[in-house]
Design a protein around this ligand. Structure first.
Ligand code: HEM
Length: 366
């Protein structure tokens, strides 16, 4: 999938940049910035103090039985132009009264007529972050101040008057917004650049993504804190020895998306088949709060790793246990008829030599 390539100690500024890029393969910009509905914090850019918005007091009466306030902001005599600001009580941020439905319905009808002429935003992470934060603040305020009208149910906000239901964005989307990818194997950075975590996994056809991974992965990204980095490993079977690019999957300089559908496994021999494995790390950077994804690729001829004790038997067993979806994703039909008999034979030879009687757990922790 992705690789960081070499690892060297930098000397000058350019090599420092190169060093950063070679180590930091993926930079995921967090969107929206982490904040929980029940624990709203505002970062004051001047003094970095954290501010928690106070909860409003509950309105027990029917809010619609209240008459609109009679704001008449003019006085006798000269009316000077002044700022005219007054302290606002947190309770009164958003007022509700008997006019609510009339105004609501008119707004809804205007939005239905022409949404885009009424709603505009600049599509960048800062603006999105602010929009999500505002939504969270509003929901928190309304559900505490007017619970008879606004209430949480599941992960949705319900308005009992209008019967509207709003999906609460439970997590933000992460995008691949900065990356250095030198040894991708069979995909191009330009094909994935700026994609969300979900889109890039769906587009790659990652098996069982919606059912098994999507929810927990997004939750994991949302909750990842700088003090708790993680790592994971994967593996693929590759049809050739291209560390940077598998030429049997497609032309690196071409425009066609390379995949098993475009792969050429004609006249494949066991010596060509390679074991490609990635060791991936994920952590959140402390200052920018971006999520960083590094990938180190390990790439060996399969004939070499098959000499390691237990490996041929274990690998063949793992491959035979893939379901159809995983087998398709890993391109099994392109190489299984060559690889599996070879692994079985190597396993048999290891058993003959008594290799597999040693304790496998000690030799291979994962
Ligand atoms: C908790 C984090 C993640 C998990 C659990 C995860 C899971 C997976 C899985 C299961 C696959 C199928 C191949 C494999 O077994 O690795 C996959 C493929 C892929 N992942 Fe992730 N992933 C994670 C994070 C990321 C991130 C941060 C990126 C950022 C670019 C990424 C990009 C990709 C791509 C491009 C592929 C497809 C490779 C192909 O074309 O087959 N993944 N991921």
């Amino acid at each position: 999938m992705i690789s960081t390539g070499g690892f060297a100690v930098p000397s000058g500024p350019l090599s420092i940049l190169g060093f950063i890029f070679s180590v930091v393969t993926w930079l995921f910009i967090r969107w929206p910035f982490h904040s929980k509905a029940r624990n709203i914090v505002i970062k004051d850019k001047r003094d970095e103090k954290l501010f928690v918005t106070p909860l409003p007091t509950l309105v027990t009466d029917d809010p619609l039985s209240t008459s609109p306030k009679l704001y008449r902001p003019f006085r006798h005599g000269p009316n000077f132009i002044t700022m005219g600001i007054r302290k606002l009580s947190w309770d009164n941020w958003i007022e509700m009264d008997s006019y609510f439905l009339r105004y609501h319905d008119m707004k809804a009808s205007e939005l239905n007529k022409d949404f885009n002429s009424h709603v505009k935003y600049v599509d960048n992470p800062t603006t999105k972050d602010a929009c999500f934060e505002l939504y969270e603040e509003l929901v928190r305020y309304l559900t505490h101040r007017y619970p008879k009208i606004y209430r949480w149910e599941g992960d949705k906000v319900h308005n009992s008057l209008t019967k509207e239901i709003f999906a609460f964005p439970a997590y933000g989307h992460y995008h691949l917004d900065a990356a250095a990818v030198c040894l991708p194997g069979f995909w191009r950075l330009k094909e994935k650049f700026r994609m969300s975590l979900d889109t890039l996994h769906f587009e790659a056809g990652v098996p069982h993504y919606a059912a098994k991974l999507q929810k927990s992965m997004n939750r994991f990204f949302q909750n990842l804190t700088p003090d708790k980095p993680v790592e994971r490993n994967n593996f693929f079977i590759q049809l050739d020895d291209g560390l940077h690019w598998s030429h049997r999957m497609g032309d690196q300089a071409g425009t066609e998306v390379a995949s098993w559908a475009t792969a050429n496994s004609n006249d494949l021999s066991i010596d060509e088949i390679h074991f490609r494995s990635e060791r991936q790390t994920l952590r959140r950077l402390p200052r920018s709060k971006a999520v960083i994804f590094t990938v180190r690729t390990y790439f060996e001829p399969v004939t070499r790793i098959a000499q390691e004790p237990h490996i041929p038997g274990r690998l063949a067993e793992a491959i035979r246990n893939w379901d159809e979806t995983v087998s398709f994703y890993k391109g099994k039909s392109h190489w299984d008829k060559i690889l599996l008999p070879y692994l079985d034979e190597q396993d048999r030879l290891q058993k003959e030599r008594g290799v597999v009687e040693q304790n496998e757990e000690v030799l291979f922790p994962y």
